[in-house]
Each structure stands twice: as C-alpha cells, then as structure tokens.
Design a protein around this ligand. Structure first.
Ligand SMILES: [Zn+2]
Length: 346
C-alpha cells in the first residue's frame, strides 16, 4: 500500500512517500481503508523523537492517530462492525486488563499506547485499530470532519464533563483559541454545556473566528493584560475552570485568574512544561490542578453524535493529499493557522 513513513527520527525531510506492506489484524481488530487522517503536535514530536517518543526503529514507522475511513476487514471476534462501515478511531490504546481498565476508567490504563506513535498509524491507505476504538459515523459527517475530532475533542470532553464538571452558570478560560484543542474546547463549553467562555488569541482575525465558534469574550494576549481583563470580565472573582493546552506561557496569567474553588485542567504543554505553583494560594482557595490525556471510547461516541447533529464541528484549516504530508508538517511548525490540518487519502 502507499504510505508516508520514516525510518529515522528527524525533521520533515525524513517523511517518505512510498510502498509498505498492509497491516495484519488480530481477532478483535479492524483494518480501516483510511480516507482522512488529521495531524497533531504529537506527530511532529514522534517524527523528531522528542518528548519521550524516541523509538528503536527496526522498520518504517507510519504516523497519524486521528483516522477516519471505511472498515475494510474485521477480525474473527469483531461483533459490532462490518466491512463497509464508515468509522473514526480513538488513537488511545488501552490494555483492557489492568485495574483501571477493568473499573472502566480506561484513561488511567497503566499500559497505554497510541496509534501513530507507539504503533503504526494512518498516514497510509490502510491502518489497523481495536474494534472498540472505532465510532460509526453518521452520514452527515465527512471523513475530513470526522478525522478532525478525536484528539482535540477527547481531552476537552474529559476535562469539562468528567473532571472539572463545568456548569452552565460558570465561566471558563480557554487559552489559545486558534489551535485544534482551542476550537474544540470553545464549542464543548459553549454549545454542549452552555458556560460563559473567555478565550485568548493573537490577532483580530483569529478573535473573530473564536467568536463565531461561540466565545463570549476574546482577549488578545499580545496587546492586552490578560489577567487584568479577566478580573474585569468576572467582577474580580476569576474563572471557575481553566482549560490549558499551552503550558508555561499561559500558566503565568491563567493560574492567578482561577477563582476560589477553581479547577485547572492541563492537556498540553507546547510552550513549555515547567512552572511555579503558589501552593499557599492553592490550598487557601480550594483549587484543583489536574492533567488529562485523551479520553474514553465512549466519549468519542458522544462527540461523534454531537458532531453529527451539528452541535460541534471540527475546524479544518487545510487539507493535503497524503503524499504531501511533509508539506503539512512544515506548515504545522508555523503558527499562522486556525484549526486542524488534515491529510486526505485518495
Ligand atoms: Zn489498562
């Protein structure tokens, strides 16, 4: 099959378009004819071997976790899917056997993996996944739309619905509206929960797009005093919940903006992963800081259902044919985009 792969870690130039063998599936797995695969920061880290992703590469590695396509083959033990079903896949792999998995808290699995990072992924004509990780697509969702959902919506869903339990009458700060996670978080907080949404971005054009997605207030972090504006907007109370996928840069204004009883959820650290925590204020204000990585297969089904009804949508900045994955990686390294970059597989 055609695929984009690499055989050594490095820059975008290590990505090669060529032929590799099709994946072979086990009894509880499906083989997906990939139609679309969205890019994530993790793809760039994995390609570079950065942030704990370095592997002993014995053969070609194929990136890509956010896979949408048609079921092309099912394992002998697969009961809920058939050849031809349109699906999108949760890239998060879990062992199904550890205490956390057995309790149903699969996000806490002690032997997790990630399609496209710890196993081969969807920059290819075919990819494999556990059948349980697939969610069936309604006709109203395109493959590109579907591929743009899992990795950005799952952590937002987990943070707001399960951990922070964001309420309709509360105010949430979503840092950096323009990333995939930012666009997802605004929609879940606003369109699904109905909370008041404050977000930050770097230009008037991006601010306009954030408002169109549902943000109530947008603060320009380049020209405005973010913490001061949040004080103003919340009557000095601060925000009840923070969703932070940026890390060090945003912590500086977001943590001091957290209200009494506030919950601070972290699902990414692209700007840096070490910060100072004022523990005294944290306990006096009954605040919680927690981390989240991806989410459960059941959550993905909820997200797909909401996307099918038009309550939320994947924000796609650009699509590229599979063979241009290198160009897509180069573009992702620049900051000028709003939403997801998605590969289409003809
Ligand atoms: Zn497990």
């Amino acid at each position: 099959m055609k695929a984009v792969y690499f055989t050594e870690h490095g820059g975008p130039e290590v990505l090669t378009y060529g032929d590799v063998p099709e994946p072979e599936i086990g009894s509880t797995e499906i083989k997906v004819r990939v139609r679309a695969c969205a890019l994530n920061r993790l793809d760039l880290f994995t390609r570079a071997g950065a942030r704990g992703t370095r592997m002993d590469l014995s053969g070609p590695h194929i990136l890509g976790g956010d896979i949408a396509g048609d079921v092309a083959e099912v394992g002998s033990g697969v009961t809920q899917l058939k050849v031809g079903d349109r699906v999108v896949v949760n890239a998060r792999l879990t062992c199904g056997q550890c205490d956390a998995c057995v309790r149903g808290e699969t996000e806490l699995c002690v032997r997790p993996g990630m399609i496209g990072s710890t196993t081969s992924g969807g920059y290819a004509e075919y990819a494999k996944a556990p059948a349980a990780n697939a969610a069936k697509l309604p006709d109203s969702l395109s493959y590109v739309q579907a591929a743009s959902l899992p990795t950005v919506f799952l952590p937002c869903w987990t943070i707001f619905m399960r951990r922070a339990m964001l309420k309709p009458w509360e105010t949430v700060l979503i840092v950096s509206a323009s990333s995939g996670v930012g666009t997802a978080a605004i929609q879940v907080a606003k369109n699904v929960i109905g909370a008041t949404v404050i977000t930050t971005t770097s230009s008037d054009e991006k601010a306009k797009q954030a408002k169109e997605l549902g943000a109530d207030h947008v603060i320009n972090y380049k020209t405005e005093d973010v913490a001061g504006r949040i004080k103003e907007l919340t009557g000095k109370r601060g925000v009840n919940v923070v969703l932070d996928h940026v890390g060090a840069d945003s912590w500086a204004y977001a943590m001091p903006s957290l209200a009494v009883g506030g919950r601070y959820g972290i699902c990414g650290v692209t700007s840096g992963y070490k910060v100072e925590l004022q523990m005294g204020l944290m306990f006096l204000k009954h605040q919680t800081v927690f981390g989240v990585f991806m989410g459960r297969n059941g959550d993905l089904r909820n997200i797909v259902e909401m996307a099918g009804r038009g309550v939320v949508k994947g924000v796609v900045h650009a699509t590229y044919p599979l063979k241009d994955a290198r160009k897509a990686h180069e573009d992702m390294d620049k900051l000028g985009f709003f939403g997801k970059l998605v590969l289409e597989v003809p």
